[in-house]
Design a protein. Structure first.
Length: 456
């Protein structure tokens, strides 16, 4: 714990949805939901306008549509969000060499390490200036929390939402935490929260009163002791600039269960190629190939195979994933497939015997996987040319017309695509409809949110 609130936590406000509203003037002030649009899609982010209807992250998209039928529903544009995130992270790195990104829209910053703050007044000034800089650079807002520890700084940024700053002075942590739900503490999810509730502990002060021994008895030594310290406001975790990736993975959820074994095999091969693409982009190779299969009855199986040395060879990953698939019964249908690589390294094993050995080894049994959830991805390729054209024009996609200029897809169907032509710095634009194979209409790159970023 620090004597000054020099740990900053930044959390961008409804990031994906806010980025879409900023890039599409006609959606500003209106409910916007970003996520998978298929019948099994889930909400990635909802704008604050959509949240008033009860829509929230991780909610099934079907439920969101029932709650907010008039909202705009858009597919995620992760490359676009990442470009904005890069701008934000660069602003944070100007403050300190110790920046710990947690996701595209969230990070901790050690202001003391950067020499930019050493007390409450200077920390607040840095936080307020950061918010102004983020708005000027990206056109978006972020909420800032300042405290003497990571845990309290994150709680502060949550209280600051949307578009605010909250500073919690060191020494006031126990008073702040006492009446709050136990769920506010890191590591207390739904299951642990329910376990504590059954034991009569619903607030943080209940945990303090119960004592460390009782929490250790209920939760085990490591978790119980850690939770008791955090309930008292103690959190000595440092801001870590580099967070080592444990795995790289991709997965797809299908709108309709797939049963054909050849089709399933094809999907696994396609996922393997995408996974290797991510692996190489991160500058890693890996030793353990993992296959994830969610079957028609929602049961989820993972199979893994460990090679003798790390690889980033798409053929090796593809063949290993195919062998793992042979050990899984898919006769009832498959609703989700995923391929991952773990045991990451910064080099590729040149030992060719590793590949030969892997090809002769049988697949291992069910194995737990430490894998990142892949971002929602597009559904599998449809079967006809017409469907391919229409599904290519997904809602929210950036397009450009030879006559009308830049715009985005509002919807498509029966061979037609509807486009709204507008730019981030224009007013709401006009809507026009075209044939899906109109030669003057083509996909395009997103426009920057701030006009000064446009090349002259």
């Amino acid at each position: 714990m620090r004597a000054a609130p020099t740990i900053l936590h930044l959390d961008m406000d409804a990031f994906f949805a806010a980025a879409e509203q900023a890039s599409k003037p006609s959606l500003r002030g209106k409910p916007v939901v970003v996520g998978g649009l298929g019948p099994r899609g889930v909400v990635a982010t909802a704008s604050y306008e959509a949240r008033r209807f009860g829509v929230h992250s991780a909610m099934p998209m079907g439920q969101a549509r029932r709650l907010a039928p008039n909202a705009a529903y858009l597919v995620p544009r992760f490359a676009f969000y990442r470009s904005i995130s890069d701008q934000v992270m660069e602003l944070l790195r100007r403050l300190s060499p110790l920046v710990e990104p947690l996701s595209l829209d969230e990070a901790f910053v050690d202001l003391e390490a950067g020499g930019v703050a050493d007390d409450s007044a200077s920390a607040r000034a840095v936080g307020e200036r950061l918010r102004v800089d983020i708005l000027a650079t990206t056109g978006l807002t972020g909420s800032v929390g300042l405290a003497g520890s990571k845990m309290i700084a994150k709680i502060a940024s949550e209280e600051a939402k949307p578009d605010g700053l909250v500073l919690i002075d060191p020494g006031t942590e126990r008073e702040l935490l006492g009446p709050r739900s136990v769920r506010i503490l890191p590591g207390v999810g739904p299951a642990t929260g329910e376990h504590l509730r059954r034991a009569g502990m619903t607030t943080v002060s209940d945990l303090v009163e119960a004592g460390e021994d009782e929490l250790v008895r209920l939760l085990g030594r490591a978790h119980g002791a850690s939770l008791h310290r955090m309930a008292q406001g103690h959190d000595d975790r440092s801001v870590v600039a580099e967070r080592d990736a444990k795995s790289v993975s991709v997965e797809d959820t299908f709108d309709v269960d797939i049963h054909d074994r050849v089709r399933i095999r094809t999907e696994v091969e396609r996922l393997s190629e995408r996974c290797v693409g991510r692996l190489r982009a991160s500058g890693h190779s890996g030793r353990t190939i993992v296959l994830k299969v969610r079957r028609y009855d929602f049961s989820t199986l993972t199979r893994s195979e460990t090679l003798r040395g790390p690889t980033d060879d798409p053929a090796v990953v593809r063949e290993a994933a195919g062998r793992l698939l042979e050990a899984v019964d898919t006769t009832g249908g498959v609703r989700l497939l995923g391929v991952g690589v773990s045991g990451l390294a910064d080099y590729t094993q040149e030992d060719l015997f590793a590949q030969a050995e892997a090809s002769e080894r049988p697949a291992e049994g069910v194995a737990p996987v430490e894998a990142r959830e892949a971002a929602p991805s597009a559904p599998s390729a449809p079967s006809t040319a017409t469907e391919t054209a229409e599904r290519g024009w997904v809602p929210g996609r950036d397009v450009r017309h030879a006559v009308h200029g830049a715009g985005w897809v509002q919807g498509s169907g029966v061979g037609r695509v509807t486009v709204r032509f507008e730019e981030p710095w224009s007013g709401p634009g006009r809507v026009r409809t075209f044939s899906v194979d109109d030669p003057d209409l083509e996909p395009s790159e997103p426009l920057p949110l701030v006009r000064g970023d446009v090349a002259a």
